[in-house]
Design a protein around this ligand. Structure first.
Ligand code: GLN
Length: 482
């Protein structure tokens, strides 16, 4: 296995070649991964498996090793990709009937980048339809099951990516996070998931849900793999004008740095609506942060309570516009006979799931003349206040902390009303409104079900989050909880 040795310094590509040579053959690794995927079929983590493509890549790596060529930084690592990230020649469905047979003709920038670093993409993972949901239950292909309890949800919307990592089928995975979709399933499956700063990672080729909130990010069982994947995918992209041309730090080296003296502010309001047992675990995790030298104190963010309604107004407004392209002509469905309007109505009625439709309706409503001021504009004002409150706190604290999820993973089908499910995002959405980076790290178990602690950093300061995560990982040994 290609292991990242903390002492190694990942810049030394030669070191990595050495490791790969002495390690298991990449082709063998692909077969092992395929076996694990097969053994975990019941979890429904994958929508599409690309055994052929993965084997082709593994053979290419073998040839490179034989010729003594320099290998990429992800050489031999098995990667799962959320099914809303475009992969050339490989079906990309967004877990929707609308895109059931859609095969992109180009790669997303993040895919180009991981391919160039010799990653082996093994398949595309299940998700909530168009990333709209918190449990992977809105997928057209059925829910993904929680790794620790198969009768419960995996979290979402990147549930498939989280479970692919948790069950050991892949080393690392890509997810996307608009209002918590990386952090939520990471917490529910006891892995690490990082939502980067808005603008840190290119969204080119990510099928848009809410463009001012969406961000692609890494998921893995440990901090250094998360750091390495972030390092590869981060950076300016001329094809995404919202990315910033700012140097990308060596996140792996950053993660190894000392944590003593770092100040962590615990957001009081982040515990207001949280299950008591989940809060207790989060507090235990904060004690572990103290043991690695962090100074932990309570802080307050009064506007936190308005984050959820503001988020849902903004996200739905943006999605109602983004989803307009699925009309059977530009994208989605199969062409049917008849007038254009008839075709449009037929395809959108048949191919969008219930949740996607609900959001298109609500989004169109909040943007409509006469209501825009009351809803959309007001939500944008709240967004600004939340941003200001975060920025003020981050002047004095290196990171902020609160639980990732308010509850434990629920039973599949247990939460019936849409509002009940929206409420599950109460801890995660504020971060997206402010464009900040945040990480979810494993915080132990309640009744054998995982809990996650969320750490929030200042813009473009993913390094500090990874640094705290790595020290905490060494202190708690959370990678051994599987
Ligand atoms: N659960 C949130 C929503 O449905 C967030 C989803 C996401 O981050 N993609 O909007």
């Amino acid at each position: 296995m290609v292991r990242i040795r903390p002492t190694m310094g990942l810049n030394s590509v030669l070191d990595q070649v050495e490791i790969l040579k002495e390690a298991i053959d990449p082709v063998e690794r692909v077969y092992k991964a395929l076996e694990k995927i097969e053994a975990s079929r019941e979890l429904n983590a994958f929508v599409t498996i690309d055994a052929e493509g993965a084997l082709r890549k593994a053979e290419e790596i073998k040839r490179k090793i034989a010729r003594g060529e320099i290998l990429g930084r992800l050489a031999g690592l098995i990667v799962a990709v959320k099914d809303n990230i475009s992969t050339r020649g490989l079906r990309t469905t967004c877990s929707s009937k609308m895109l059931e047979n859609y095969i992109p003709v180009y790669d997303a920038t993040v895919i180009e980048k991981i391919k160039a670093e010799d990653a082996i993409i093994i398949g595309k993972t299940n998700m909530d339809e168009f990333a709209m949901g918190s449990s992977t239950e809105t997928s057209f292909f059925g829910p993904t099951r929680n790794f620790f309890d198969h009768s419960r949800v995996a979290g979402g919307s990147s549930g498939g990516s989280a479970v692919a990592v948790a069950c050991g089928a892949v080393d690392i995975a890509l997810g996307s996070d608009t209002g918590g979709s990386i952090r939520n399933p990471a917490a529910f499956n006891s892995i690490v998931g990082l939502k980067p700063t808005y603008g840190r990672v290119s969204r080119y080729g990510l099928i848009a849900y809410a463009s001012s909130l969406d961000q692609i990010g890494p998921m893995a069982k440990n901090t250094l793999s998360t750091a390495l994947l972030l390092q590869v995918i981060a950076g300016w992209d001329p094809r995404d004008s919202t990315t910033l041309n700012k140097p990308v730090p060596n996140y792996v080296e950053e993660a190894l740095k000392e944590t003593s003296g770092l100040k962590v502010g615990v957001i009081k309001e982040g515990f207001d609506n949280v299950d008591k047992k989940v809060s207790e675990k989060a507090y235990d995790a904060l004690e572990a942060l103290k043991r690695v030298g962090c100074l932990v104190e309570e802080v307050s963010m009064p506007f936190m309570k308005y984050a959820l309604p503001a988020y849902y107004i903004i996200a739905m407004a943006e999605c109602s516009s983004n989803l307009a392209r699925f009309d059977g002509i530009r994208y989605g469905g199969k062409p049917v006979k008849g007038k254009w309007e008839e075709q449009l109505v037929k395809i959108r009625t048949e191919c969008f799931g219930e949740e996607a439709k609900r959001r298109i309706f609500l989004g169109t409503f909040v943007l409509s003349a006469g209501y825009k001021e009351d809803f959309y504009i007001k939500a944008c004002r709240v967004r600004r206040r939340i941003y200001d409150e975060f920025k003020l706190l981050l002047k004095n604290y290196n990171a902020l902390a609160m639980p990732t999820m308010p509850v434990l993973p629920w039973k599949i089908g247990e939460l019936l009303s849409p509002l009940e499910i929206y409420m599950m995002d109460i801890e995660t959405v504020a971060v997206n409104l402010a464009g900040l980076p945040a990480i979810s790290i494993p915080a132990g178990f309640v009744n054998s079900l995982p809990v996650g602690l969320q750490l929030i950093g200042d813009h473009f300061d993913e390094a500090t989050l990874l640094r705290i995560s790595y020290a905490y990982e060494n202190e708690t040994g959370f990678t051994k909880w599987f």
